[in-house]
Write a protein that binds this ligand. Structure first.
Ligand SMILES: *[C@@H]1O[C@H](CO)[C@@H](O)[C@H](O)[C@H]1NC(C)=O
Length: 319
């Protein structure tokens, strides 16, 4: 272990230096984030409940979507409430344990989401390219295994990363230049040796980011080549619309995370980086349910059905 020559604190309390302090900006950030947070929670809860209640939605695609919604609820709740409190009170303190918990949940959910999106791409590939074997291949058992493996790998990865950060121990600066305890921002503050954790992060980036991305691209290459070969236009539209929601979510999710990780670092762009991160963490989870429900006849129809049932209930009540 090198670098113990600097003054440092072991497991200190941190300060989340979110955004530059201008009252007007704080207010906009607070109300915007609160709105997005509530929409994300409500939208994802609605999706989860719908998928559980409506038998037509008991398909692998919606089961995975339900998994995504649960992930989204966990990770926005790990980060945004604290950010809201910081923005409104101006008290930027966060305990070491609080920080590690935030980081753990965030890394856990993001890692798992990459894998769930990959499982969903595989599901679409089987549905469109080998439809005759769909029921056989995407059996209940396969789906449970795919989902369980996604959660498990996400969990182990996050556990390892959090462990390493706890192990870093020695921090010479306590101001985290971010709106949540971001791993990369925390590593910068440590005066312990961060070589191991940096190497681990590069490996994780390839295994949980790049590799799933390649698998998704491959699935879509097959899907597109199959769709192009379909003779009728209606058939083509139907096949494409069954995977368009997933494609939009993949582009949103990978687009924002690729941009934020590939961008060269500079002091001037740090505010932009944080704003981009805020969008990536808050807006994307809010969009998932919207993309899936608005673009999807099955979901819309279930919502209408439930609405109709409710109004008949009300009408049936005496008085
Ligand atoms: C996650 O997906 C699996 C596999 O399709 C499904 O059995 C399970 O119910 C889902 N869990 C949640 C919480 O959505």
């Amino acid at each position: 272990m090198g670098g113990h020559w600097k003054n440092c604190t072991e497991h200190p309390e941190f300060h989340l230096v979110a955004f530059s302090r201008s009252v007007k900006l704080q207010f906009t950030l607070f109300s915007g984030t609160l709105l997005v947070y509530m929409l994300a929670i409500v939208g994802n809860i609605v999706i989860t409940i719908l998928v559980c209640l409506v038998p037509q939605l008991h398909t692998p695609m919606y089961a995975f979507l339900c998994n995504l919604s649960v992930q989204d609820i966990i990770y926005v709740s790990a980060i945004l409430p604290k950010f809201l409190v910081i923005t409104i009170t101006g008290d930027t303190r966060i305990s070491f344990l609080g920080c590690i918990t935030q980081m753990f949940l965030f890394v856990f959910c993001v890692g798992t989401e990459f894998l769930l999106l990959t499982s969903m791409a595989y599901d679409r590939y089987v549905a469109i390219c080998i439809p005759l074997h769909y029921a056989l291949i995407m059996s209940r058992r396969t789906c449970i295994i795919l989902a369980a493996v996604s959660w498990l790998i996400g969990f182990l990865d996050s556990l390892a990363q959090s462990w390493m950060v706890v192990d870093l121990a020695c921090y010479s600066i306590q101001d985290i230049n971010h709106f949540y305890c971001d791993l990369k921002a925390m590593i910068k503050l440590s005066s312990s040796d961060t070589k191991v954790i940096r190497t681990f992060l590069s490996v994780v980036c390839v295994v949980l980011g790049f590799l799933p991305f390649m698998l998704i691209l491959t699935s879509y290459a097959f899907i597109i080549s199959t769709i192009v070969k379909i003779r009728t236009t209606t058939g083509r539209v139907k096949a494409f619309s069954s995977c368009s929601s997933h494609l939009i979510v993949v582009i949103l999710f990978y687009g924002t995370s690729l941009v934020s990780y590939m961008k060269p670092e500079s002091e001037a762009s740090q505010e932009e980086d944080k704003l981009l991160s805020l969008i990536y963490t808050a807006v994307v989870p809010m969009l998932n349910p919207i993309v899936y429900s608005l673009r999807n006849q099955e979901v819309l129809r279930s919502i209408k059905n439930i609405g109709r049932k409710c109004s008949t209930c009300k009408l049936g009540l005496p008085g």
